[in-house]
Design a protein around this ligand. Structure first.
Ligand SMILES: Cc1cc2nc3c(=O)[nH]c(=O)nc-3n(C[C@H](O)[C@H](O)[C@H](O)COP(=O)(O)OP(=O)(O)OC[C@H]3O[C@@H](n4cnc5c(N)ncnc54)[C@H](O)[C@@H]3O)c2cc1C
Length: 627
């Protein structure tokens, strides 16, 4: 009997309760011109409605205020002074319902609190919020770590689902995704609530349990947003993308159902969650990811080289990439090299699986060649070294093993990365949360401090294909980077392109929906500029619009030069231009049509909207009006 005859025979209505509620809801209700409600609308939910929602989430509905209001009400008072300090502390910012890690982006967005937030404890709280937003035609937004550059975890006049307190982490020795019992072997894994940030995951998984999971390089990035974006950590050249390690997700879809998504159950949704962008297909309450084996060592190489002329700088860039191609283009080396406008090449790379001695041997020929050149000089301290991988994210271990390390009162720590010669890297590496009573686990890399509360003037990125590393292309690459560096400093993140990664990491990434350009890229070029804590509309804290426009124009010029050698590079969804042209192609390439189908299947009415997300082209820029 065919499906149609079967339905007729049993009476298709009998099947209705088995279909996910509202999964195939009437799309007529969101025809062109459909508008989501704002507090100023007469049909905004009543106090009684909000009270009912509050009751259904155990009293965890919170009216959101902006901590920034003190800048207006008492700009010179102690509270405003304390706030100014706290705005440079990513743990403080992450704990505030009404703040986000970036404060906004010129001509794009400014961080604005929601009207109400559900501080969710579990999938049921999330489902209550989703049902309420859907039934009342509200703009819904979800925030985990709050690190979206595009402003996708805040929206004025919205209901926020906040997962920050869903912080449980559980290790498994032998995890099998539900329904995959006959298809997959048990494997070590980690399940976590979607409020977990990298720092806490690394502490539980690496420091305490001796395993590795793919989180972000920045310790305060939320794992959920990172994984759904297809993100990268310092060691992604070895372990692949964060999405590639996802084994299972528990997700609340637009119909309010709590679903399991993995390779065997809802595999389409599972695939879309692996890089399709956060806040798009549902709200994830739990994730389980592969736990990888740790190598013996993690390490770093910090070297700064200054060229005395433009020609010498061009030559340095070319020679560096020849060296990179021969010695560093492999699973051991990730993180960054900065090509700066002042003719300085700054190496800030991380290594996996190499002892201090091995790492130094790799770099020695390059350093010797630099030393022999009369036109190049090494400035600052060169530090190349490794520590046991298990202690990479373990500040108490560093303290215990090197008691001579200074912990100045400003909260910074001088780290020793060289366990053989005990050569000190003369720069602070980690910053501690300075608030009285703050958890000693609250640490972040000094390099990320500048990004906390930053107001972006511009931010662009481009994957660079590995063909540029071929001997006959290295000069073109060097010329393009030199020309681009006349306009802005370019960061090349080698861990954010998978060319050179081991086959298992490549294979896992192939099974995600990220633009396949990722597989062929040796690095992601990122160039950005912005202004530390600045807030449009708050007197005394306004961003500098003129400076911002000039900076954004310089970034455009920089991109023009790089596009000459990588015209179809593509970009990584979470770290890219708010104004990315043809974002569908840039972020997802040939995967976009399938992603759009999955979006329409699970969220036919576009309840979940994020800027430049899958399906967002059907909505106004603020996500309130169907086009
Ligand atoms: C300082 C800084 C450093 C960064 N470093 C790195 C890095 O090293 N590597 C890298 O790859 N990226 C990095 N990023 C980018 C980062 O990975 C992405 O912005 C990521 O999406 C942030 O996730 P989040 O949970 O912290 O952010 P949020 O802003 O809370 O969320 C990001 C997106 O995911 C959605 N989302 C959040 N939680 C959920 C959920 N439970 N269910 C469904 N959707 C959800 C949000 O709606 C939003 O669209 C960095 C960003 C910043 C600001």
């Amino acid at each position: 009997m065919n499906r149609r005859a079967f339905l007729k025979a049993i009476g298709s209505a009998a099947l209705l309760p088995m279909l996910p509620r509202r999964l195939f809801a009437d799309s007529a209700s969101v025809a062109s011109g459909f508008r989501r409600r704002r507090p100023s609308d007469a049909n905004w939910p009543s106090e009684a409605d909000w009270k009912r929602l509050n009751d259904s989430v155990g009293g965890n509905l919170i009216r959101v205020d902006s901590p920034l209001s003190v800048f207006t009400t008492d700009p010179n008072g102690d509270a405003a002074k304390a706030l100014a300090v706290n705005l440079k502390n990513p743990y403080y910012v992450g704990e505030q319902l009404g703040l986000t890690e970036s404060s906004g982006w010129l001509d794009a967005w400014a961080s604005k609190p929601s009207v109400y937030a559900v501080a969710a404890r579990n999938a049921n709280d999330i489902a209550a919020g989703v049902n309420f937003a859907r039934d009342n035609n509200l703009r819904l937004v979800v925030k985990g770590g709050g690190h979206s550059y595009q402003g996708n975890s805040n929206a004025p006049d919205s209901l926020l689902i906040w997962t920050r307190h869903m912080n449980d982490i559980a290790m498994h020795d032998a995890f099998v995704p539900s329904g995959c019992e006959h298809a997959m072997q048990p494997q070590p894994a980690v399940t976590f609530g979607t409020g977990v940030i990298g720092r806490y995951a690394y502490d539980a998984v690496t420091t305490k349990a001796g395993k590795y999971i793919q989180g972000g390089g920045c310790l305060t990035v939320g794992l959920s947003g990172l994984i759904q974006g297809g993100g990268f950590g310092s060691y992604s050249k070895r372990y692949g993308t964060a999405a590639g390690s996802l084994l299972e997700a528990e997700v609340v879809t637009a119909d309010g159902q709590v679903r399991i998504a993995n390779a065997c159950t809802n595999p389409d949704l599972f695939w879309a969650l692996k890089g399709g962008g956060g806040g798009t297909f549902g709200i994830v309450s739990k994730m389980t990811v592969r736990a990888h084996e740790l190598p013996d060592y993690f390490g770093a190489a910090n070297i700064t080289i200054k060229a005395s002329s433009d020609d010498a700088y061009r030559g340095l860039i070319r020679d560096f990439f020849a060296f990179y191609r021969d010695q560093l283009f492999n699973e051991h080396w990730g993180e960054q090299v900065h090509v700066r406008p002042d003719n300085v090449l700054e190496v800030q790379m991380c290594s996996a699986g190499l002892s201090s001695e091995q790492a130094r041997q790799v770099w020695q020929p390059f350093l010797d060649a630099v030393k022999q050149s009369s036109q190049l000089s090494i400035t600052g301290t060169t530090a190349i070294g490794s520590i046991p991988a298990r202690h990479w994210w373990d500040p108490p271990y560093w303290k215990e093993h090197w008691p001579e390390i200074a912990f100045p009162r400003d909260g910074t720590m001088h780290a020793i990365l060289d366990d053989v010669l005990l050569r000190v890297m003369h720069q602070p590496v980690l910053t501690f949360d300075p608030r009285p009573g703050a958890s000693p686990d609250n640490v972040w890399w000094v390099g990320n401090t500048g990004e906390c509360s930053i107001f972006w003037w511009g931010y662009q990125s481009l994957w660079l294909p590995q063909s540029l590393l071929e001997a006959d292309s290295q000069q073109r690459l060097a010329d393009a980077l030199f020309a681009a560096s006349r306009h802005a400093s370019i960061e090349l993140h080698f861990n954010k392109g998978l060319a050179g990664a081991p086959p298992d990491a490549i294979e896992a990434a192939k099974n995600t929906c990220t633009n396949p350009a990722l597989l062929n890229a040796f690095a992601l070029a990122i160039f950005a500029d912005g202004q530390p804590p600045a807030y449009p509309g708050i007197a005394g804290h306004e961003p500098s619009v003129d400076d911002g426009h000039k900076a954004a124009a310089r970034l455009d010029l920089c991109m023009n030069e790089l596009r000459k050698v990588a015209p179809d590079g593509g970009a990584y969804v979470s770290e890219s231009n708010y104004f990315e042209k043809n974002f569908q192609q840039s972020y997802w390439g040939e995967n976009y049509p399938r992603l759009l189908e999955i979006k329409k299947k699970y969220d036919p009415n576009g309840l979940f909207f994020v800027h430049n997300g899958v399906g967002s082209e059907e909505w106004s820029r603020d996500g309130f009006t169907k086009l």
